[in-house]
Write a protein that binds this ligand. Structure first.
Ligand SMILES: *Cc1c(COP(=O)(O)O)cnc(C)c1O
Length: 230
C-alpha cells in the first residue's frame, strides 16, 4: 500500500469513528507521525494532503526541516530543555510538556524568538511507570503556573495510552482524560484553554476519536512499519 492509499484508509476510519460518536470529522486533525521517515517520504504524504506532521525527537525536526515542504510540525515526544533550541522556531505546537521546569524553559526560548508557543500538557493517565507525563494530581499546579508566562499558551492535553489489544481498556483511559479536559475547561485557569485533546495512535486512534480526541497521532498506519536499523 502506498502512503496515499494508507492515508485514504486512515481518513475513512477517522470519519467512521467520528460518525459513530456523533461528531464531525472536521473536528479532528490527523497528525502523520514521521519519525524515522525521510524528507522524501514526508513530502509524499504532504502531496497526498497531509497538513500536520509529528516528530518525537528534536534532532529529527532539525535535520529534516529544510528538506520538507511547508507543513505544520508538532513536537510529540519527550523533550529535554537543552534540545528546545532545535525546535522552538520550527514547530507550531509542543504536545509533551509535563513539568513547570520545561514550561519555563520553552517560555524563555520562545521569548528570545519573539513568538508565542502553543503547548499541550502531557498526562500519564494510566499510571504506567514507563510513560512520560505528569500525574492528574500534578496538573492543577502546572496549569496555574502557565498564568504567569507570556510566551506560551496552554491549548489542551495529550496522552499516550498503554500498548494493548484491548480497546475497552484504552477507552477507559481516554474517557478519563476527556473528563479531566472538561473539568479543566470549567475551572478557567489564566492562559489555559482546552481546545486540543491529543490522543490515539495507529492501534487506537478510532477509539480515541470515539472518546473525543481532536488530534490523533498516527505513524505506522500512514507510513508503514518503522525500521530502526537504518
Ligand atoms: C510514534 C508515536 C506515535 C505514532 O505511533 P504509531 O503507533 O506508529 O501510530 C504517536 N505518538 C507518539 C508520542 C509517538 O512517539
Amino acid at each position: 500500500m502506498s502512503i496515499s492509499e494508507n492515508l485514504e484508509q486512515v481518513r475513512k476510519n477517522i470519519a467512521a469513528a467520528a460518525e459513530r460518536a456523533g461528531r464531525s470529522a472536521d473536528e479532528i486533525t490527523l497528525i502523520a507521525v514521521s519519525k524515522t521517515r525521510t524528507a522524501e517520504e514526508i513530502n509524499e504524504a504532504i502531496a497526498a494532503g497531509v497538513t500536520d506532521i509529528g516528530e518525537n525527537k528534536p534532532q529529527e525536526v532539525r535535520d529534516k526541516f529544510a528538506d520538507v515542504n511547508p507543513v505544520k510540525w508538532h513536537m510529540i515526544g519527550h523533550l529535554q530543555t537543552n534540545k528546545i533550541k532545535y525546535i522552538i522556531d520550527r514547530v507550531c505546537m509542543i504536545h509533551s510538556v509535563d513539568s513547570v521546569h520545561l514550561m519555563d524553559e520553552i517560555d524563555r526560548q520562545a521569548a528570545k524568538h519573539n513568538i508565542i508557543m502553543d503547548i499541550l500538557i502531557q498526562v500519564n493517565i494510566s499510571g504506567e511507570e514507563t510513560k512520560q507525563g505528569c500525574t492528574p494530581e500534578e496538573l492543577p499546579d502546572i496549569l496555574a503556573h502557565a498564568g504567569g508566562l507570556s510566551n506560551i499558551r496552554v491549548k489542551g492535553l495529550m496522552t499516550i495510552a498503554p500498548k494493548t489489544d484491548n480497546c475497552v481498556t484504552n477507552s477507559l483511559h481516554f474517557d478519563n482524560i476527556r473528563r479531566l479536559f472538561v473539568d479543566i475547561s470549567q475551572k478557567k485557569y489564566d492562559n489555559v484553554s482546552m481546545e486540543c485533546l491529543s490522543m490515539g495512535m495507529s492501534g487506537d486512534y478510532e477509539t480515541a476519536v470515539e472518546c473525543g480526541a481532536t488530534m490523533v497521532r498516527v505513524g505506522t498506519a500512514v507510513f508503514g512499519a518503522r525500521s530502526y536499523s537504518k
